[in-house]
Design a protein around this ligand. Structure first.
Ligand SMILES: C[S@@+](CC[C@H](N)C(=O)[O-])C[C@H]1O[C@@H](n2cnc3c(N)ncnc32)[C@H](O)[C@@H]1O
Length: 288
């Protein structure tokens, strides 16, 4: 198995398993999941001390959203609150998971608009479709596919959102290229993601062990881009008006013990975690 396939399958397995937990919780009402930071990486039982996915949505946001869509929320921001969606717009959510941001987008764009969710994990798609049916929302569609090869035509989308997914992709430049292709001229890129501000501390060196750690990758850490890499990647794809805004910073107390962090001296571990931040990334495809 090549490295790309290995990472993709580790990510798919992780999120497939989390979706199965939520789908099972439909029957017994007991379990829930929360994101980003078990001993083995992102997304664990709700008993985790992880705070990355907690408290992202207001009560107003969650009104009318099925409980299981909220429980399956595995993001690190609230892109629909920041993206300024308008009635009639077409929205695409890259890595839509249990569908919470698709449902919120559908509400904002109204019946004359449409929200697409794109995900590669069958169980997540099943959960999202179930949640949309339960919410009675009809202006949504969930597509199966890779965010690096979006199954939509050129210039067909007004706004691309995403919530803690681009860090999981192996070929980020392909994701930016595809986002640019499917956006209409003047279309907006409005994405929440984990970003490493200022890069990793020099003392960490080129931590190949971290990059090799599949659970750290699936846990939204090893694959995260630096702020500079985000700017350059988006500009290379053709975007302009690129802005990054930190929405939440972390300390070690926010992250449950993880194998790769345990290898580091406490001071360095604190510094590393201090550089990771939930970040809202905005960019625009130039108008024709
Ligand atoms: C951290 S979860 C976030 C889910 C959702 N955005 C949310 O906020 O709850 C990551 C999701 O992205 C999907 N995903 C990861 N990499 C992907 C890829 N390359 N193509 C499509 N989906 C992907 C996973 O299946 C999973 O549902």
């Amino acid at each position: 198995m090549d490295r790309t396939t290995e990472i993709r399958e580790a990510v798919r397995e992780r999120y497939g398993s989390l979706a199965r937990q939520v789908l099972t919780a439909r029957d017994d009402g007991q379990q829930a999941v929360a994101c980003c930071g078990t001993a083995s990486g992102c997304c664990t039982e709700a008993t985790s001390s992880d705070t990355i996915s907690q408290g992202l949505y207001s009560l107003d946001d969650l009104e009318g959203v099925p409980l299981k869509a909220a429980l399956a929320s595995l993001g690190c921001g609230n892109p629909t609150a920041l993206a300024e969606l308008h009635p009639g717009e077409i929205v695409l959510d890259l890595g839509s998971g249990g569908g919470i941001d698709v449902l919120l987008s559908a509400r904002r764009v109204g019946p004359s608009g449409k929200a697409y969710g794109l995900d590669m994990t069958d169980e997540m798609l099943a959960l999202a479709r179930q949640n949309a049916a339960e919410a009675g929302v009809t202006n949504v569609e969930f597509l199966k596919g890779d965010i690096a090869a979006i199954p939509l035509p050129d210039a067909s989308v007004d706004v691309i959102i995403s919530n803690c997914v681009i860090n999981l992709a192996v070929d980020k430049q392909a994701v930016f290229r595809e986002a640019f292709r499917v956006l209409k001229p003047g279309g907006r890129f409005a994405v929440s993601d984990i970003v490493i501000h200022g890069g990793l501390p020099a003392a960490l060196g080129d931590d190949a062990a971290l990059r090799r750690d599949l659970s750290a990758w699936a846990g939204c850490i090893a694959g995260a881009l630096t702020d500079e890499e985000y700017r350059v990647g988006l500009a290379t794809a053709g975007f302009d008006t690129i802005e990054l805004e930190v929405t939440r910073r972390y300390t070690l107390a926010d992250v449950p013990p993880q194998a790769w962090l345990a290898r580091l001296a406490p001071e360095l571990a604190r510094e590393v975690i201090g550089r990771f931040a939930s970040t809202f990334v905005r960019a625009r495809k130039p108008a024709a």
